[in-house]
Design a protein around this ligand. Sequence first.
Ligand SMILES: C[S@@+](CC[C@H](N)C(=O)[O-])C[C@H]1O[C@@H](n2cnc3c(N)ncnc32)[C@H](O)[C@@H]1O
Ligand code: SF4
Length: 451
Amino acid sequence: MMPGRASRPGVPYGEQPVTSRLDQFLTGSPWRQYVYGYPHKTAYRAFAEPRPLEAVWANERPDTRFLYVHVPFCELRCGFCNLFTTANPADDVVERFLAQLLVEAKETAAVVGTRRYTRAAIGGGTPTYLSAGQLERLLGVLREVMGFGAAPLSVELSPATLTREKLAVLSVATRLSLGVQSFVEPELASLRRPQATRDVLGALELIREHSRAHLNIDLIYGMEGQTPASLVGSLEAALRWRPEELYLYPLYVRPLTFLGKHAAWDDHRLTLYRVARDWLGSRGYRQRSLRVFVRADVGEVELPEYHAEDDGMVGLGVGARSYTKALHYAHDFAVAPGAVRSIIDDYLARPAASFQVARSGFELDVAEQQRRWVLLSLLGPGSDGGAFASRFGVPLLEALPQLRQLVSEELAAWQGETLALTPRGLEWSDALGPWLFSSEVEARMSAWEAR
Ligand SMILES: C[S@@+](CC[C@H](N)C(=O)[O-])C[C@H]1O[C@@H](n2cnc3c(N)ncnc32)[C@H](O)[C@@H]1O
Ligand code: SF4
């Protein structure tokens, strides 16, 4: 059982009074789970009947959608990563993936429509694992089949896979996100990510010379051997490139790996987080959430309307998820290499018509939609009570009265109508997310068998 999760005898965990639950969360680890979506994909299950996508999308707004493509390939599998990806696939697997992506896109467009997408992202895995020609074909699918036009496009890159040719193909991207993790090679070795710092510098130079896109750099803190001084060294090295954004990820490792030194490890991450937060603040970076820091002189860009809490996401490629208000769906999910490969094989063998239905996912009733809305906003810019009430027809604190405790614990404060995390709340973000999970989502997640 996780620390701080003891049940009162005879009372199922999910039914405990919310007051004691928050207390329990606050005496446990602040590092529980990165909540960037809700419900988590380990809460997805097969539907009793396949759900036709045409009906699933019928009531969604047609003009504010996000298009996501998942590329499930990497040059190697980093020791910390549990994203859906496979390392060094055979050449024909990538080619067959692109061919099947085209089929999936055509079938999806036929039922969901080629409506106006107001955002797109190509993630993974490592999209730049593809060759320049393959990336060109992938972009062609977005443009010609899905009808994606001139909206903001974000692409994930890894240093060793980036070339000038690929960057030229990606000139349409408005945001490029480079996974660096650390500029200190022994720290990368402890993450089991063999990456040469000269490749990182080469990639940054290419990006800044040949691209006008906003640059995001991903860094990780909390790995073995990292000290406050070495973290500041990596931050300094990153800031030389004046990235518009910095994602600072606390390291998450499968629990068993760190069993025994769990508490010490928690303190290590907290110390490093505080050092980095303060240092970035003093260098003109504004904190948007626990992980996201944005260069303060980067103006607010006028973007087409899109609200993550409410608007739909169409996902393509094995490993992608899709969201409508009431239904989230995805292909199967796994972490272990053999299971990932068999899910990819399954995807490659699917008949075209199978892409017009969803087979597994999660159905969100209104209460779950409200939780999701609050989770996504509270862990980011804050939850606007007025916007919540006009979306759901009920006041925020009536729907989720437990939010009051955040104010009494000084984890959140009202700024006008918006409930926003305090600096202490930001530190506890990765515990407050799971605290807001419903008992059903929590039960499904605990019952998920890791594979
Ligand atoms: C899809 S990757 C980025 C692009 C590319 N695949 C790469 O690694 O260079 C997403 C990011 O998530 C972060 N990440 C993944 N697993 C993590 C973990 N267990 N703990 C902390 N950060 C993690 C890393 O910073 C990584 O760069
Ligand atoms: S961190 Fe990036 S490169 Fe490493 S395995 Fe995960 S997705 Fe692949």
